[in-house]
Design a protein around this ligand. Structure first.
Ligand SMILES: [Zn+2]
Length: 387
């Protein structure tokens, strides 16, 4: 199928003040469904922060989501396993998300099905999808899972870094505890799959991933994991795992965490922050997309790359690798914004996402392929599993 630029996209390309090659990426970005598989901004609301107010803290707020051209944002419900009552805190975070969407009805809406996402996109409203990160918050309680489903949760990650008694994490398995899913864990995962939730294998250990792929019927996602072939972290996926996920129709969504992009990628925090500050001083808002600003941006990112710092180019490298291994129908974005302290140079927060589209375009990706990676693939699996 030949991809045709929509009318608003075309008029953006035909803008007179900027060269067409400098605005084409913006047109493509605005026209595509852009979906991010993992964002931890809700944890900031536990400390009283209001995401409807634009701030320079953290990586996410409604204004910056808009600026980044996000159409679908998956919000993780993560509570530390040591917390007193993780389930109650998860419900509190869900209430906060619903309340935020209610107050900002024309900007954000909690969506439960692919139809609701499409409707939101048609109205220019950002679709929020709730996702549970770590089965420790529900234990083995099916009623709790039903309660989460009723309140809109559609993605379920059986384990966080610290495993649950019924699912071993990547961290645990790297330390030799290769438990995988227990029999009751398998029953629970089957039940979640039949309910119509997507199973998320990020943080799961290799044996748990194998067990999940053995029993789950629907497509499986890795909401925020990068490629172990480029950065050998236990949190990243091996080529064999990426292939296995693709064979089942799933999606690997690349994590932006510097430590998962490059070995030692987060070690020079001060240098990374200094580059981010210099990039910020180039300009904000639409000024960032003017030719001169883009040139200044490119040279700073090239300098950071020469110094071995993690940059937006590393994110594109991981996308390249995953596409080579699995094909462009099985790769997406899972930023982990607000779940990571440091971000790659050139991808400081959600507002910087259009620059990733620009990099993919420069690397020669066809527009259809870019649209799949930006969000089309997550939408496909969401449509299959969450009708
Ligand atoms: Zn995580």
């Amino acid at each position: 199928m030949v991809w045709v630029l929509s009318k608003p996209a075309l008029s953006a390309v035909q803008g007179k003040s900027v060269r067409p090659d400098d605005t084409l990426f913006l047109a493509i970005h605005r026209d595509a469904v852009v979906a991010d598989g993992h964002n931890d901004a809700l944890t900031r609301t536990l400390g009283g922060e209001d995401l409807s107010i634009r701030t320079s803290r953290g990586h996410t707020d409604l204004a910056r989501l808009r600026e980044g051209g996000l159409d679908v944002q998956v919000f993780a419900l993560y509570v530390n396993p040591s917390a007193k009552n993780p389930f109650r805190t998860v419900l509190r975070m869900l209430d906060t998300l619903h309340a935020l969407a209610k107050r900002a009805g024309r900007i954000l809406r909690v969506t439960r099905t692919s139809g609701e996402i499409q409707q939101a996109a048609a109205e220019g409203v950002i679709a929020a999808v709730a996702s549970l990160e770590g089965g420790h918050a529900v234990g083995l309680s099916y009623p709790r899972i039903l309660e989460l489903y009723r309140r809109g949760v559609r993605i379920f990650g059986p384990t966080w870094s610290r495993g649950t008694p019924w699912a071993s994490s990547s961290q645990e398995e790297a330390a030799g505890k290769r438990r995988g899913l227990t029999a009751s864990g398998k029953r629970l995962v089957r039940a979640i799959d039949s309910l119509g939730m997507l199973i998320d294998i990020s943080h799961a250990g290799p044996k748990t991933v194998e067990d999940i792929l053995d029993i789950v019927h629907g497509p499986v996602i890795a909401s925020h994991s990068s490629c172990a072939a480029l950065c050998p972290s236990e949190r990243n996926l091996t080529d064999a795992q990426i292939r296995a996920l693709a064979r089942r129709g799933g999606v690997v969504m690349i994590n932006f965490c510097p430590g998962f992009l490059r070995s030692g990628g987060g070690s020079d925090a001060e240098a990374i922050r200094s580059f981010q500050r210099r990039l910020q001083s180039i300009g904000s808002g639409s000024k960032r997309f003017e030719s001169r600003a883009l040139e200044a941006r490119d040279s700073l990112i090239a300098e950071a790359r020469r110094r071995g710092l993690p940059t937006i180019l590393d994110v594109a490298d991981h996308i390249d690798h995953a596409v080579r291994i699995a094909g462009d129908e099985h790769v997406g974005l899972g930023s982990d914004f607000d779940g990571i302290d440091l971000t790659p140079v050139g991808l400081a927060d959600v507002a910087d996402l259009p620059f990733l589209t620009r990099e993919l375009l420069r690397r020669g990706y066809p527009i259809e392929s870019i649209r799949r990676i930006l969000g089309g693939n997550l939408m496909r699996v969401f449509h299959e599993q969450c009708r």
